[in-house]
Design a protein. Sequence first.
Length: 153
Amino acid sequence: MSQQASPRGTFLKIADSVKVLIEGDPEMTELPSLTEVMREHGVSRGVAIRAYGVLRQEGLAEPAPGERWRVVRSGDRVDRRPLDQRIADIITADGLKTGEAFPSASVLAERFGVSRPTVTKALDKLETAGLLAGGGQGRVRTVRAVPTREERS
């Protein structure tokens, strides 16, 4: 029988090491990427996901659609709505009127801390819903309609 280390419980050890990172850095808002965990601990993606699942069960972390896993701290208010809804709120928050230019995908990606393709998918949903018009490569998106109160909630 070989003397290899058993993979059983490895995800628990990884979860414990990430807990130490979270506790050691009160400013930490996102967990390391799954790729970083895989590289650092020499494990598969499934093991890294399982470790993050433990953190989720313990209420320390949660997945964010289109983003990295984020740290959950008591007292923190995090907007957990889908990205397209958060982007739609820009129309009313920034006081944009029908026909005005909407921020670019690059600007929105920076603002929400996500990738441009993720923002593009959310913008496509808003175009389908009739809130935005235009878009595409080199074209400026414009506000087609201001969301009503019911659409925003």
